[in-house]
Design a protein. Structure first.
Length: 292
């Protein structure tokens, strides 16, 4: 049988761990409510704006050139890998990095690849392995505002228009619900690839009247819509992180509870066996004394 002192120490240790996981679950739940509220409000606006924008761009045909929709031979690729700053969130981070690695080894194999890590886990993973990493924005999740995201979006968009990058791809977790996050690969630039990821935009051609001019639409609406799309992806990743951590900590709490039940049962059995052994020793001693 197990030593009573060792079992009691394990019970104390597991109880302490369970208290920590409960606290982390509550913190994640509080953060999730805020993050979920933001993304649920952003989705309808972003989806409709993207659908209209794609339709406007496609309706222009070759009449007006859109810098962000320019199709060219892909040689330089920017992969934006969105992870969290911390762990303890299940497979949230590893799924994104596996998908990013899959793109590098598959679709973009042989291309010049640059990684833009958003999140400390992604930054540490790729920088330690010698990839070409842009280290300026990985702490974005410390302060998620549209202004901070706009700075990153401007960097990405300027890199595309200056032909530093021929293609920009976002890899992040799409928030479905608390228990489910889907790894998403979104072809951010060139813009023509956005239409394929927006439901309801296929084979649709609407005759738009553009005011004040087509040039104004290109110069003002297109960049704003792209920044909104980038912001939405970051909000999706943020909500997914808190959902994944809440689920992970809930499972950890349940596992700790099951382990505590087993340890307490083992403790009681060991204690009972110890008491029974002592009684047997006393009885044997008494019998021995009677026989003398």
């Amino acid at each position: 049988m197990a030593n009573l002192k060792e079992v009691k120490q394990r019970i104390t240790s597991v109880s302490s761990t369970q208290q920590i996981t409960k606290a982390m679950k509550m913190v994640a739940a509080a953060k999730l409510r805020k993050a979920q509220d933001k993304i649920l409000k952003m989705r309808p606006f972003s989806k409709k704006l993207t659908a209209i924008l794609n339709d406007v761009v496609s309706s222009m045909g070759g009449e007006l050139q859109v810098a962000y929709a320019e199709q060219r031979e892909v040689q330089n690729v920017l992969l934006v890998s969105m992870t969290s700053d911390k762990g303890l969130c299940g497979a949230f981070n590893s799924n994104v990095m596996k998908m990013t690695n899959s793109l590098m080894e598959g679709e973009f194999k042989g291309k010049n690849i640059t990684i833009l890590p958003l999140g400390k886990k992604s930054y540490e993973f790729y920088s330690k392995r010698g990839f070409n990493v842009i280290p300026d924005y990985f702490e974005i999740f410390n302060n998620i505002t549209f202004d901070t995201v706009r700075a990153i979006a401007n960097f990405v968009m300027d890199g595309y228009t200056s032909k530093k990058f021929d293609k920009v791809v976002l890899v992040y977790n799409h928030f479905r619900n608390v228990a489910t996050q889907d790894v998403t690969v979104e072809h951010f630039l060139p813009m023509g690839s956005l239409a394929s990821s927006t439901p309801g935009t296929e084979n649709r051609h609407t005759d738009y009247i553009l005011e004040p001019s087509k040039e104004f639409i290109v110069q003002e609406l297109v960049p704003s819509a792209l920044k909104t799309q980038f912001y939405k992806a970051i909000l999706e990743s943020n909500a997914s992180e808190h959902g994944a951590r809440m689920t992970s900590m809930d499972k950890a709490t349940e596992n700790a509870n099951d382990l505590l039940k087993e340890l307490k049962l083992l403790y009681n059995r060991s204690r009972q066996a110890s008491i029974t052994g002592e009684i047997l020793e006393i009885v044997a001693g008494a019998n021995a004394l009677e026989g003398t």
